[in-house]
Structure formats: structure tokens, C-alpha cells
Design a protein around this ligand. Structure first.
Ligand code: GTP
Ligand code: MG
Ligand code: ZN
Length: 218
């Protein structure tokens, strides 16, 4: 019988590339952390805070995902951290193929952690594995406490949920217990943190949890 050529859909292809990235980073003992959340949730601010704390122990690189511009990459570069700006030119999520393309731009032998700041978006970034070891979902207080229920995939697939901008809580009707319940109902293993990158409150507990997770890489 004649063999039929089959082309896989993008999701399956994406997962194949994601698995290849995982093999590579495992062999290099590098941990990729996929940081996701809405536009302005504080992804860059939290990554910056984590870099300040973790760079004492770990060598860190960053991939900044944005539609356009280099604003976030410039901020990371100013910290003296190797960074590549991925511009998706309109696409609203990062695919594994982009990460595969970018990784050779880093010296993986000299890195322990690569943060990937995903495109600001609560929806499709969660659908795409990008070779990450784990995921951090950020939900900032001003966005509202119903977002886990309304955009469940990101929160059900992330290892950590950070309720961010927690210093703003008194100004918003934000029910943190509801967020906690909505998350744990969908993702009982999720670890949940209340953090302000502005004041530093809640940061040290989160940093320790990230360190634990990084130490389990490969
Ligand atoms: N009050 C308060 N503001 C914060 C906190 N973290 C970040 N911000 C502010 O929130 C705004 C957005 O922060 P960014 O870190 O740029 O957010 P982002 O998610 O990286 O944004 P995009 O990359 O554009 O999607 C900035 O004005 C920050 O100063 C926080 O913990 N508390
Ligand atoms: Mg940012
Ligand atoms: Zn998208």
C-alpha cells in the first residue's frame, strides 16, 4: 500500500520541539522557567526581583517575548544579564520553535536558569509548551479575582501562581481566598504566593520555592 505523507498540526509539532529543547537543557543542566500573565501584570518586575535574589547563586539568562520593541530586554540588559528580545511581530504567544532558534545565542554551559517572559496574554501562551521545566502564572490584584475561573488553562497548567501587586489589595475588591480555591480546584498541586514586587513583601518565600524547583531540574 502506498505510504501517505502526513503533516502534523502545529500543536503536535510544537510539542516535539518542546521535548527536544528539554533534552538539550537537561544535558546542559539548564532550567527554563516560563513566566506568563496579562499585559502589565508585572512579569518583568517580578523577573527583575528574582534575578536580584537568585543571581547570587545561579547564572541567569532571559528571553523577553513581546510583539515589538526592546523595552523589557533593555531593562534586563541594564542588570548585566544576557538577554535576547524575541519579537513575535503580532503573534500573541511564544512557540517552542522560537525558543529552539534562540537558545544557541546563549552559552548554555554557563547558565543555570533561563527565564522566558511570555507575551502578555492570559489565553493562548498556556497552550504552547516551550521546553520549560516549570511555569509561573502571574495574576495581579487590579485584574480581578475572577480571572482564574474565566481563563482557567494558564492557572491549571502552572506550577506556581503569584497573586501580584499585593500592596494594592486594599484598593480593590480582590478576594484572595476565591483565587486560591479556584486555582486549587483545577490544579491541586499549585503553589500559591502573595507578592509585591514594589515593596518586596512575600518575595522571600517565593524565591525559596523557585530555588527548590530549580534544584530539581533535569
Ligand atoms: N503597585 C505595584 N505595582 C507594580 C508591582 N509590580 C509591577 N508594578 C507596576 O506594574 C506596571 C507593569 O509592570 P511590568 O513589570 O512592566 O509588567 P509586565 O507584565 O512585564 O508588562 P508587559 O511586558 O507589558 O506585559 C509597572 O508600572 C510596574 O511598576 C507591584 O508589586 N505593585
Ligand atoms: Mg514585561
Ligand atoms: Zn496566541
Amino acid at each position: 500500500m502506498k505510504e501517505i505523507k502526513v503533516v502534523k498540526q502545529i500543536m503536535e509539532w510544537n510539542d516535539d520541539v518542546s521535548d527536544k529543547i528539554k533534552e538539550l537543557t537537561a544535558s546542559k543542566n539548564v532550567c527554563i522557567i516560563n513566566v506568563m500573565g496579562s499585559p502589565g501584570a508585572g512579569k518583568t518586575s517580578l523577573i527583575t526581583r528574582l534575578i536580584e535574589e537568585l543571581s547570587k547563586e545561579y547564572k541567569i539568562g532571559v528571553i523577553e517575548g513581546d510583539i515589538t520593541d526592546t523595552i523589557d530586554a533593555v531593562k534586563i540588559d541594564e542588570l548585566g544579564i544576557p538577554v535576547v528580545q524575541l519579537q513575535t511581530d503580532g503573534a500573541c504567544h511564544i512557540e517552542a520553535m522560537s525558543i529552539e532558534h534562540i537558545l544557541p545565542m546563549f552559552n548554555l554551559d554557563e547558565l543555570d536558569i533561563i527565564f522566558v517572559e511570555n507575551i502578555g496574554n492570559l489565553v493562548c501562551p498556556a497552550e504552547f509548551n516551550i521546553g520549560e521545566n516549570f511555569r509561573i502564572a502571574i495574576l495581579s490584584v487590579p485584574e480581578g479575582d475572577d480571572k482564574v475561573a474565566k481563563y482557567p488553562l494558564m492557572f491549571s497548567t502552572s506550577d506556581f501562581l503569584v497573586m501580584h501587586k499585593y500592596d494594592m489589595k486594599e484598593y480593590f475588591d480582590f478576594d484572595d481566598k476565591r483565587v486560591e480555591k479556584d486555582t486549587l480546584d483545577r490544579n491541586p498541586k499549585a503553589k500559591i504566593f502573595r507578592v509585591s514586587s514594589k515593596t518586596g513583601d512575600g518575595l522571600s518565600e517565593f524565591v525559596e520555592a523557585v530555588k527548590d524547583k530549580v534544584s530539581m531540574r533535569s
